[in-house]
Ligand binder design. Structure first.
Ligand SMILES: Nc1ncnc2c1ncn2[C@@H]1O[C@H](COP(=O)(O)OP(=O)(O)OP(=O)(O)O)[C@@H](O)[C@H]1O
Ligand SMILES: [Mg+2]
Length: 317
């Protein structure tokens, strides 16, 4: 890794490090099988990526944020950069490659809501350690990691070995990393302070312990400071090894849970970065996620601080 001098070191509250994808969702009359033909009735395009969703949420809540990732100089790459910039996220850490393809996900949804997804990781999985400018994150308070489908996990491992001890590391492994197994994740977990995952991912990562509390204890033993297990409409469990809380989700009219986990991470990390207890932070996670599930998609429901303050002045304090 290089300590570059072309990026002026800026002070940021949180920087995301994960895949950036342009999602294209096609409504189709049916999902075509081998040698079949189907037709498209509608197309919807949106910018995606788990870490990007969480970081955009933090920017909307008024924190200073940035991003580490990679795009190509193509239309999807341009849209992904513009989207982050429009949300107030600094893109100084995003590597721009002159050739190759930016990450895209093509999704096909039929009349019954059945889906087929095709992920093209493109340059997301072409990140080299030497391309990452460590100066960019040297004054960052927290770095939030999410998954890559291919070999950029190796770059994340090297990255965590190179960053200052003062940087807090949070990670949401998602299914992609959970399925790689605990051995592959060991190095990442050893430098992770806050791990946020869902119940299914906990089960896959920790198949040998019988009870959920035993699974959580075994994960904490990798040196985590805080572990959060997200439980969908049942809320979440949070522990720091000393205290453990189960917190109910907010009772809202749920429209679409896409990105609920990323929104939860926004609320939790906002609480953490503003000095709240783990219980209060987890409640903020549930709260921000409840905004997300009321609206379609991962981003549209993410609240702005002013929205929350005008409705519930004490909610985010
Ligand atoms: N029906 C619901 N009503 C209210 N809140 C919900 C509902 N479903 C999910 N949530 C909130 O969203 C949070 C995250 O959801 P979930 O446990 O499904 O995470 P996840 O599986 O990581 O999500 P994702 O699929 O986005 O990665 C929950 O902890 C809860 O706060
Ligand atoms: Mg998740």
């Amino acid at each position: 890794m290089t300590i570059g001098c072309d990026v002026i070191s800026i002070i940021l509250d949180a920087v995301g490090f994960g895949a950036l994808n342009l999602d294209k969702l096609y409504r189709v009359n049916k999902i075509a099988g081998e040698d079949e033909e189907a037709y498209i009735t509608n197309v919807h395009e949106s910018c995606g990526g788990s870490a990007a969703n969480t970081i955009i949420g933090l920017a909307r809540l008024g924190l200073s944020t940035g991003f580490l990732g990679k795009v190509a100089r193509d239309r999807p790459g341009q849209l992904l950069l513009e989207n982050l910039e429009n949300e107030g996220v600094d893109t100084g850490g995003v590597i721009k490659k002159s050739n190759g393809r930016s990450g895209t996900v093509q999704g096909f949804v039929d009349l019954e809501g059945q889906r087929a997804l095709y992920v093209d990781p493109g340059v997301n999985d072409d990140i080299q350690s030497k391309e990452i400018n460590l100066e960019y994150i040297s004054n960052t308070r927290l770095i939030h990691l999410t998954s890559f489908v291919g070999k950029s996990i190796q770059v994340q491992k090297e990255f965590l070995e190179s960053i200052p001890d003062s940087v807090t590391v949070s990670m949401d492994p998602g299914m992609i990393y959970a399925e790689k197994g605990i051995k592959t994740l060991e190095k990442l977990l050893e430098r992770t302070d806050i791990l946020l995952l869902n119940q299914k991912e906990l089960e896959i990562l920790m198949p040998h312990q019988e009870k959920e509390e035993e699974k959580m204890k075994a994960l904490l033993d990798f040196g985590l400071e805080i572990l959060v297990v997200k439980q969908g409409q049942n809320g979440c469990t949070v522990t720091d090894g000393d205290e453990l809380y189960g917190l109910d989700a907010f009772n809202v009219n749920c429209q679409d849970t896409t990105g609920a986990g990323d929104a939860f991470n926004t609320g939790f990390l906002y609480g953490y970065l503003t000095g709240k207890s783990i219980k209060r932070s987890a409640n903020m996670g549930n709260y921000v996620a409840s905004y997300c599930v009321k609206m379609p998609g991962a981003i549209s429901g993410l609240p702005f601080l002013s929205q929350i303050i005008s409705k519930y002045p004490d909610k985010m304090h």
